[in-house]
Design a protein around this ligand. Structure first.
Ligand code: SAM
Ligand code: DTB
Ligand code: SF4
Length: 362
């Protein structure tokens, strides 16, 4: 029997690089599928538990009526998607929704607003949302469009953990999809966010009509930033009726998995999030994405305006695959109950209020 050796120089799998060439990335993307998956899975195991997936929950805090013309988006005022625009949500409602998400296992809460950029009059509410969600012990993420230096300073002071701002596609293809801003505008906000010390969440969409080269170039841009985005969401286009991209050709699942694998290999320590589009993915396709290195998903039955598989389907899939949700670090609820359990170790009770054991925590 012949033992097959992976036919490429085996690079150091724990190396984090920022000097990827397009040719190198293309060569990895074009590997025989099994070799690509093997390499991506090996990289993932060097840095992460392959059987744990992070759960993030999204909430649209301000829906529709957006001044930008992103060709894929239901929320652009330039397209006739039929979506009703709403005002910025009340702070308490956002916090209540975050509590529900936490109870369902989400550890990161991502709040999105359909803005070109936030208005200064909205920033007090946005800051209060970050502070309120953070107080629950969840990681906070916001996506509000382009940011000024003042905006990033306010968000940093509020304790924002992540800012999501996708580059979406290659620099070459960008103007085919969005005309109201440039690729450089996007990179500008990303560097402001990074300089302020907020972690970066940036990725893109597969299925806009881009070529394989565009997909590869998008990932090379992200991987060659001074620091890799800590989170890299990879979305599959959800075709929205009334948008210019409503009739785009479906994405080939194998090509999509190749994009995930390449992201994992080039950004080994980042969370790679299997983002929008999962309702149209089979369980097998999602399983393959997890094997190729995706280790984060959006949970719950809605994204911002579109559908997502929901808790029951995801729980069933995780059970079949032996995947566990990633736990929240420094969770005040878990710490309180661990303290409770320690204090009550002697009396053998479960820490209920009628127990007479002295407790400082109550
Ligand atoms: N307005 C902010 C912005 O553009 O940065 C935040 C919200 S925007 C909806 C966030 C990201 O969602 C987009 O950059 C895009 O990658 C993704 N997205 C939006 N509509 C999508 C769709 N129909 N299918 C897949 N991904 C989509
Ligand atoms: C990201 O990359 N995907 C999320 C999040 N970042 C903000 C948004 C997906 C939106 C999908 C379409 C919708 O719900 O309107
Ligand atoms: Fe506006 Fe963001 Fe949608 Fe673009 S993707 S139209 S910026 S909400």
């Amino acid at each position: 029997m012949n033992v097959h050796v992976v036919p490429m120089a085996t690079p150091a799998l724990d190396q984090v690089r920022h000097n990827w060439t397009r040719a190198e990335a293309q060569a990895i993307y074009d590997l025989p599928f099994n070799d690509l998956l093997f390499r991506a899975a090996t990289v993932q195991r060097t840095h992460f538990d392959p059987n744990r997936v992070q759960l993030a929950r999204l909430l649209s805090i301000k829906t529709g009526g957006c001044a930008e013309d992103c060709g894929y988006c239901s929320q652009s005022a330039h397209h006739a998607s039929g979506l009703k625009a709403s005002k910025l949500m009340e702070v308490q409602r956002v916090i209540d929704e975050a509590k529900k998400a936490k109870a369902q296992g989400a550890t990161r809460y991502c709040m999105g607003a359909a803005w070109r950029s936030p208005k200064s009059r909205d920033m007090d509410s946005v800051v209060a949302m970050v502070e309120g969600v953070k107080a629950l012990g969840m990681e906070t993420c916001m996506t509000l469009g382009m940011l000024s230096d003042t905006d990033v300073a306010q968000l940093k002071d509020a304790g924002l953990d992540y800012y999501n701002h996708n580059i979406d596609t290659s620099e070459r293809y960008y103007s085919e999809i969005i005309k109201t801003r440039t690729f450089a505008d996007r990179l500008d906000t990303l560097s402001r966010v990074r300089e302020a010390g907020i972690k970066v969440c940036s990725g893109g969409i597969v299925g806009l009509g881009e070529t394989d080269e565009d997909r590869i170039d998008m990932l090379v841009t992200l991987a060659n930033l001074d620091e890799h985005p800590e989170s890299v969401p990879i979305n599959m286009l959800i075709p929205i009726p009334g948008t210019p991209l409503e009739n785009r050709k479906k994405v080939d699942p194998i090509a999509f998995v190749r994009v995930i694998a390449l992201a994992r290999i080039m950004m080994p320590t980042s969370f790679v999030r299997l983002s929008a589009g999962r309702t149209e993915m089979s369980e097998e396709m999602q399983a393959m994405c997890f094997f190729a290195g995706a280790n984060s998903i959006f949970c719950g039955d809605t994204l911002l305006t579109a559908d997502n598989p929901g808790e029951d389907k995801d729980q069933a899939l995780f059970r079949k695959l032996g995947i566990e949700p990633m736990a929240l670090e420094n969770d005040p609820d878990v710490e309180a109950s661990a303290e409770n359990a320690t204090e009550h170790a002697g009396c053998g009770c479960t820490g209920h209020t009628s127990c007479q054991t002295a407790t400082s925590a109550r």
